[in-house]
Design a protein around this ligand. Structure first.
Ligand code: TRP
Ligand code: SF4
Length: 350
């Protein structure tokens, strides 16, 4: 185990979260999750020791529950998401960064199997994402055993590391709730204490519209990627929808209903926001200028991330090494939990 983790004070709380490798990450993924992870990783107590001992992983098995028919994307995306994680500031000296399926000994898969022995079907059928996703992803056949088990696999991901907190967005709260139920059932069935119930650490997620004004999402094709070149970011933002009432340059606009202004609120400093608000409501600036300013702010946020990305891209072996070292550390931690779980559940193998 690295010195960074053993040095953190006894009061360090353990944190675990994961993300599916569905594609290169966009600003919505960054502001709604990844940036929060980096902040947790870097949070320190007054004495300078880390507040949190962090585990962050790429949930490739979860991605397979929906993309099993064409897994090529999942494989290709693992490396891209790892590049996004590391370039956004996850630091393998501070956090354990790994790929779910690469953990030696495959404890995620084993714990999932063991949990499946005692988890009632009804618990899984009642998780709201089960029916919702089946309806939203109609083109995929999600009437499968693996997809029904999605939240149980997530419970295994989580409880394996015995975390105090699971930082997730509101859409994942039901999965952590199921995780707590599974932990309770395990502890009561086997008269055990080894799977404490973790708490959700709700990630504040700002309103972040994509270029068409709807929530930024890969499925809408309206994203700005962390890895988009500056020229492309500027071009994409130029096409962004604005207050529809502002047709001519001389029309005044209303920033409070304009998606471009939502991006200003996230990325621009307060002075710029004030200038833009003033200019928009008096027709003092045009939308093209306003979008140029938001592009400046977005590009300034992404510049250091893209700088790190190009360094990492030049060294693909380094990324592989980081992931395999992370997997080894995850394996060592998971083994502690699995030893107890196997013992109380009467599993003979070692
Ligand atoms: N289901 C999560 C999502 O779609 C990803 C995930 C898998 C996860 N395992 C996890 C998140 C464990 C937190 C903890 O975003
Ligand atoms: Fe939106 Fe900016 Fe145009 Fe106002 S000036 S309508 S805030 S893009």
């Amino acid at each position: 185990m690295s010195s960074a983790i053993s040095k953190s004070s006894a009061a360090a709380k353990r944190v675990l979260s994961g993300m599916r490798p569905t594609g290169k990450l966009h600003l919505g993924n960054y502001m709604g999750a990844l940036k929060n992870w980096v902040d947790l990783q870097n949070a320190v107590h007054a004495d300078g020791t880390s507040k949190y001992e962090c585990y962050f992983f790429i949930a490739d098995l979860h991605a397979l529950t929906t993309d099993y028919a064409d897994p090529s994307g999942v494989l290709g995306n693992i490396h891209q998401v790892a590049l996004d994680f590391l370039s956004a500031g996850l630091n393998p000296e501070q956090s354990v960064v790994f790929v779910q399926s690469q953990v030696p000994g495959h404890p995620h898969e084993e714990l999932f199997t063991l949990f499946s022995m005692f988890t009632p079907l009804g618990w899984l059928e009642r998780v709201p994402t089960y029916k919702d996703q089946q309806e939203q992803l109609k083109e995929k056949d999600l009437n499968t055993y693996g997809f029904l088990g999605y939240p149980l696999l997530q419970a295994a991901d989580i409880l394996l590391y015995q975390p105090d907190y699971v930082p997730v967005g509101a859409d994942q709260v039901a999965h952590v709730e199921l995780t707590r139920e599974v932990a309770r059932r395990f502890n009561s069935l086997y008269n055990a204490t080894c799977l404490p119930e973790p708490d959700v650490l709700l990630t504040p997620s700002p309103k972040l519209p994509g270029t068409d004004g709807r929530k930024m999402s890969k499925s809408y094709g309206n994203t700005i990627l962390l890895s988009d070149p500056e020229k492309e970011i500027r071009a994409k933002l130029k096409t962004m929808v604005t207050d529809p009432a502002r047709i001519r340059r001389t029309d005044v606009g209303n920033p409070d209903i304009c998606p471009v202004f939502d991006l200003h609120k996230v990325f621009s400093d307060v002075a710029t926001q004030q200038t833009v608000r003033e200019g928009c409501t008096t027709a003092g600036i045009g939308c093209i200028d306003c979008k140029g300013k938001v592009a400046d702010a977005v590009c300034a946020t992404l510049a250091p991330i893209q700088q790190r990305r190009s360094e990492l891209e030049a060294n693909p072996h380094l990324v592989q090494e980081i992931l395999s070292a992370g997997a080894a550390r995850a394996s060592a931690r998971a083994a502690v939990t699995m030893a107890e779980v196997r013992q109380v559940m009467g599993v003979a193998g070692k």
